[in-house]
Design a protein around this ligand. Structure first.
Ligand code: SF4
Length: 391
């Protein structure tokens, strides 16, 4: 969305006046990424980048008090200065009250991702790591982080892309994924629902099956796991960010499914033997999420600065139908008013995850092999086989 500024004001006020939640968008002013505290001038061109669909617009509202304080920070030509080097800031991190220029933001982003990887022993020297590469901004950012990490920690990196069959969206994203892999010299494998399952997400949608995202997610996870095993991967890196973790935790609560916390992504180094869907489950390739402590907005900013192009078809046409969509926007509104909300929800989810995993272990609950396909399952027949049987 492009807007010409009619009178000088802070970016946070510009967004508020348009009913846009600041947590849902990046703003480029005259072609440069700016923080929400920047001052616009009459005639400036503001490019507002939504990294998912355009969010529901809110009634025009005043910025929360913490934004007012952030706007009073020392300014350079109408823009706050980087906390590290005093040059103009490009990104503001409200939870840490920190302004960063492009270079220091990239450095901070990569440092935090590497800290997650090192802290949870996600990747070992010499291991063979896969990356679930959809071609979207999250996996684009993760690929850049992992490719850079190989300079200090040698390991093999293989991209695995799954084409669910969503025309106009996934085919374009897979095209982007191929381009990035060629650019960075990464081996890539593409698998499709059509070839592996004989159906596509679009075909399932045409059949009017409820909760399309459940079908898509279950079938994608199974395909990713079986192909990761075939490729001899030690772990698969998934580009889940802090928003994904907080949304999943809230969905588990809303749906009253506390035991699903046990299934939330495990760090490979924290495998809990015998727990369903943990890396120790037989046949389950460990999944690691190096971006799980970083907000989606920061992932989008990093991807933008690394050259990701946000197009109109940057998100799945079916995503608006899922409950996750509503949870996402409610969490964004909360985060905008109370910075750090997502970090606290994710931390709480981590505690509940351990409790739920312990409870399942005590009950002697462990993964079995599906009687149909042999993939790990909590029941005789895995969910993917049950779903395929229904189609
Ligand atoms: Fe699949 Fe739903 Fe994601 Fe679309 S939004 S790719 S249908 S899980």
């Amino acid at each position: 969305m492009r807007a010409r500024v009619s009178s000088g004001m802070r970016v946070i006020r510009l967004l508020g006046g348009m009913g846009i939640c600041a947590e849902s968008a990046l703003v480029m002013l005259n072609g440069r990424l700016v923080p929400e505290t920047s001052i616009t001038r009459k005639g400036d061109v503001a490019d507002i980048i939504f990294y998912k669909h355009v969010p529901p617009l809110l009634a025009s509202q005043d910025a929360a008090d913490h934004w007012k304080k952030a706007c009073m920070a020392k300014a350079a030509g109408g823009r706050a200065r980087c906390t590290m080097c005093e040059t103009q800031s490009s990104v503001y991190l409200p939870a840490f009250c920190e302004h960063l220029c492009e270079a220091h933001f990239i450095e901070s982003f990569e440092r935090r991702a590497k800290r997650s990887i090192g802290g949870h022993k996600m990747i070992r020297r010499g291991s063979r790591i896969g990356i679930g590469l959809s071609g979207g901004k999250d996996s684009f950012a993760l690929l850049h982080v992992l490719a850079g990490l190989r300079k200090s920690l040698p390991f093999e990196l293989v991209a695995v892309s799954i084409d669910e069959g969503i025309p106009g969206y996934r085919d374009k994203a897979i095209g982007n994924a191929k381009e990035i892999c060629e650019e960075l010299g990464i081996e890539q494998h593409v698998y499709s629902f059509r070839k592996e399952y004989g159906t596509t997400v679009s075909a399932i949608a045409r059949k009017g099956k409820g909760n399309l995202c459940s079908y898509c997610g279950v079938l994608r996870r199974r395909l990713l796991n079986s192909k990761a095993r075939e490729l001899g991967l030690d772990a698969v890196a998934i580009a889940h960010n802090l928003d994904d973790v907080a949304q999943t935790a809230m969905l588990n609560i809303i749906r009253n499914e506390p035991m699903r916390f046990a299934r939330m992504e495990h760090h490979a180094g924290e495998a809990r033997a015998g727990v369903y869907a943990g890396p120790a489950a037989r046949g389950m390739v460990p999944r690691i999420s190096p971006l799980r402590d970083i907000r989606e907005k920061e992932v989008a900013a990093y991807a933008l600065l690394k050259g990701h192009r946000f197009g109109r078809k940057c998100c799945c046409p079916h995503s608006k139908d899922a409950m996750r969509w509503s949870v996402r926007h409610e969490l964004n509104r909360l985060e905008e008013r109370y910075p750090g909300t997502k970090i606290k929800i994710a931390a709480c989810a981590g505690t509940v995850q351990k409790l739920a995993a312990d409870a399942l272990s005590k009950k002697g609950f462990s993964a079995k092999a599906c009687m149909e396909c042999g993939e790990p399952s909590s029941a005789g027949l895995c969910m993917a086989c049950r779903m395929l049987g229904e189609l």
